[in-house]
Design a binder for this molecule. Structure first.
Ligand code: ADP
Length: 159
């Protein structure tokens, strides 16, 4: 079985993430979304909330599942039996760091990284930007699923 991992923070999931996951799901037998647990960074949503939202947003894809991990991505890939990491590239600015990580990961364990060009509709989109837009009352409905927009609105009112 050919498995790929799509790693990230997903705080929260955006349509940019979903575009990459959906395209990856057509290329691989199974896609595992890996939610990174970063102990030094508290997000807006807990890891459990992010996993729940990702599960709901990808419910229509039969070959996509969601898991969390901490530590090295290559160890997570090994545990999941995945030989490939999929990364979306939004702009040239993403490339420098992504290239370093891809080269480190292949050196560490032989895990390959495949880069997918972002859908131009989402090339400027990040979870942080969406949080800012919603925080200041902007309309993010084109950038996140409706239920994510609602949860963002509720959460940001509480902060
Ligand atoms: P961000 O907070 O910038 O959205 P994440 O860590 O949640 O970052 O993103 C995880 C991965 O998803 C990124 O490494 C990138 O490969 C991909 N990604 C994020 N946003 C987009 C987007 N708008 N278009 C394509 N890929 C994206």
């Amino acid at each position: 079985m050919r498995r790929a991992v799509c790693p990230g923070s997903f705080d929260p999931v955006t349509n940019g993430h979903l575009d990459i996951v959906g395209r990856a799901s057509r290329l691989f037998d199974e896609v595992i979304i890996g939610v990174l647990i970063n102990q030094s960074k508290t997000g807006l949503f807990t890891i459990e909330e992010r996993i729940e939202m990702l599960g709901e947003a990808t419910a229509s894809y039969e070959n996509v599942r969601v898991a969390s991990f901490h530590g090295l991505l290559v160890d997570f890939c090994r545990d999941q039996g995945a030989a490939v990491v999929i990364k979306g590239l939004r702009a040239v600015s993403d490339f420098d760091y992504e290239l370093q990580m891809a080269q480190m990961n292949i050196g560490l364990s032989g895990v390959e990284t495949l880069f997918m060009p972002t859908n131009p509709l989402y090339s400027f989109l990040s979870s942080s930007l969406v949080k800012d837009v919603v925080k200041w009352g902007g309309d993010a409905s084109a950038y996140v699923p409706d239920f994510v927009g609602e949860r963002l609105g509720t959460r940001l009112k509480q902060t």
